[in-house]
Ligand binder design. Structure first.
Ligand SMILES: *Cc1c(COP(=O)(O)O)cnc(C)c1O
Length: 244
């Protein structure tokens, strides 16, 4: 996809967010757009960055790290933020701890502990979002909502990490009303944990197909891939699996 097409798509996504925020009586500036660049190359990231995009999401640790280096070489002065949003295997935490700014897919204590141990001391704390299995799907990553508070408290106590919020990938549905339910449940959980004293400021939910529903229910971060970069090809790294 051309640089102009990516800029145009970004403009459209920002417009969708602005319209949805206005409809919900929210300030669009309270919603951060994360551009999910998985399977797309450094040139796509550079095109989005040229159009003002600063936060990028990757699902495959190594793919993202290679891309970061390519982007840094092409544009050394560009300050981007890289979020890891994919499933995490406990023996693959080190490259994530060493290279990313944020991890949105922490769903067990062991992963958080390893990230904390492996975060280099010269880097700022790694921002952490706890991933919630809001739809209760057996096959999906994420901690059950009932266990979210305990995990969030444990993360908040670890050095090298900074607890920032919650992330969810609800099961897809064609029904607009049903689509809002898991987002509303996430918002209620977010509010409850904040009321319980946890320092959460990011509620990451909503993708290309459900931007409006997520903004209506209070998302403060949207993770959007297809609507910015187009349809994805197969993953470039053999052995690393796609999600979703
Ligand atoms: C791929 C992915 C997205 C982006 O999905 P689109 O439908 O392409 O916008 C968002 N979040 C996560 C966790 C993803 O893996």
């Amino acid at each position: 996809m051309s640089t102009a097409a990516i800029a145009h798509n970004l403009q459209r996504v920002r417009q969708r967010i602005a319209v949805a925020a206005q409809a919900a009586g929210r300030d669009p500036a309270t919603v951060t757009l994360l551009a999910v660049s998985k399977t797309f190359g450094a040139e796509a990231v550079l095109a989005a960055a040229a159009a003002g995009q600063r936060d990028f999401g990757e699902n495959y640790a190594q793919e993202g790290i290679v891309k970061m280096a390519q982007v840094r070489e092409a544009a050394p002065a560009l300050a981007l933020r890289w979020h890891f949003i994919g499933p995490i295997q406990s023996n693959k935490t080190r490259p994530i701890a060493e290279h990313y700014d944020a991890v949105q897919s922490v769903d067990r204590l062991k992963i958080a502990q390893r990230l904390a141990e492996q975060r280099p001391a010269h880097l700022p704390p790694l921002d952490v979002l706890v991933q919630i299995n809001v739809s209760g799907e057996a096959s999906k990553s994420g901690v059950p909502p009932a266990e979210a508070e305990a995990l969030a408290r444990a993360v908040a106590a670890l050095p090298g990490l900074r607890l920032r919020g919650l992330m969810a990938i609800p099961a897809p549905t064609d029904d607009d009303q049903l689509a809002r339910q898991p987002f509303a449940q996430m918002r209620a959980l977010f509010d409850r944990l904040r009321a319980a004293g946890l320092p959460l400021d990011i509620l990451s939910m909503g993708m290309s197909g459900d931007i409006e529903a997520a903004v209506a229910e209070g998302a403060t971060m949207l993770r959007v891939g297809t609507a910015i970069f187009g349809a994805r090809r197969a993953p470039p790294v053999p052995g690393e699996e796609h999600q979703p």
